[in-house]
Structure formats: C-alpha cells, structure tokens
Write a protein that binds this ligand. Sequence first.
Ligand code: BTN
Length: 270
Amino acid sequence: MFEIEKIKSSEGKDLFSSDIHYLPEVDSTNKYAKSLPVESDLLILTDYQTHGLGRMGRKWESEKGKNLTFTIIKHFDIDPENIQAVNYYFNYFLLACLKNYAAKNIDKAKNFPVFEIKWPNDILADNKKMSGLLIENPGNKNQFIIGIGINVNQVKFPGEFEDNTTSLKNIIKRDIDLNELIIELLNIYDKNINIILKKKYKMIYKLWKDSSGVIGKKIEFKDSKSKRNTGKIIDLQYDGGLKMKVDGEFKTFYSGDIKLTAKKSEPFKE
Ligand code: BTN
C-alpha cells in the first residue's frame, strides 16, 4: 500500500511537474501511460499489474504488493542521435540507488554482491536479475514512457526465473519499505536530472558503460528473431549498439539479449 501524500511531499521540484496516478491494480503501467492524453510529466504507480510487459514482447510478472512496478512519463528535448541517453540516465541511477540502498542496509560482514548493468538495461546483483526497464518513445519524439520493475520483497520466482532472478530482500534479508525505496529513487533522479537537461549526454553514457560488467566477456547473444551468436563483447556503443566479435567478424546488434558464458566475481568497492 503506497502513501501517495508522503511520496508527493518528499519529491524534488524538477522531476515531475504534475501528479502521481496510483492504481491498486492495472494491466500494465506502461500501457496505461500510453492511453493518457497528458502532455505533462507524471508518475504511475501500482500494487499489481495483471499483464506487466517486459522487453521484446515478454511478460513482467511481479507478486501483488511485494515489489515496485511503475512508469514515469517524462518529456526531454533531445535529438535522435542522443536518444539513448534517456536509457543510460534511468538505468545508471536505478543501479546507483539499489546499490546504495543495499550498502546502507546489509550486514557489512557478509560479502557484498556485485551490482552491475547488463546490456541494454537490466540490473544484476551477483549475476541475477533484480530490475528491468522498458523505455518507450511512442509518436511524440519528446515524450518518454519509462517503465521500471524492481524485485523488492518477493523472494521466490517461478519456473524459468527461479535460478537467475533475485530481489533486494534476498540480499539484505529483511522486508523493505516500498515507500522509502521509491522516495530514495525519485530523489536520486531528481538530484541528477540536470545531467540530461544540460545535455551532458557523454557523461551519463560513460557512467552507464563503466557500470556494465560485460565488455571483454564471452557471451551468447540472442537477437529478436531468437537467432543465437556466440562471441566476445568488444564495446557498448554510444548509439546503444552492442559490438561483438563473432567468428572473427565484427557485428553490432541493437536489440536482443545476452547471456554470460562465464561468471564474474569481484569484491564490492565503495
Ligand atoms: C524487462 O526487463 O524486460 C523490462 C521490464 C519492465 C517492467 C516494468 S514494470 C512497470 C512497467 N509496466 C510494464 O508493463 N512494464 C514496466
């Protein structure tokens, strides 16, 4: 149960110019966002999505009342060649917020997980997915629909997700106040919004790229037609492309999924 007044009153001034729509249940907050005639910026928050959407036409399943599932409608005056900066911004600061929240709340004696970005915008903790973004830019080139799903208090994940998914609770071993977490996240977005507004796109790209653990790694890549390629990641390009070396040839992909074929294990550095 969200305390909307508390969230509204702790919000910074720059991020949302108008309102929060709180829906106890909705099919998908991104779908709902696209159905609105609004021209202003908005936050849409729900306890439960009946048909949550993931990237590449997949579903996003999330237990009722346990997690954060929300959409930010935000307008940015940004030209097409810099459009990926929106992804870099929302992805990087989501990672920073989750890592910081875990660092403040975890028993420091234990090994701190490796938090990193997995291209294009997943957040992993020790190689397990904690959060995903679905960013859409329908019709209006300045309006972005930024859908964010974070596994917070859910501890079990069904079927195929069981082994490769995690949550903040799985890491810090206690329940997390969803109001507190979303307030922290909105504040970090708000405090840093000038990076985008002042068009410091290369800076946010660098922060994002440096937080990705995949460069130089051997991976398996599955494109949108489910074709598999195995190779090494050479670069994450500024235009959003994933540059790989496959069978001695360089290839760049713009949409798809990667799977690491070797594990990374590194101590946390603050
Ligand atoms: C992915 O990793 O595939 C992206 C998942 C995005 C899920 C969020 S939950 C809130 C918003 N509404 C949706 O229907 N999807 C996004």
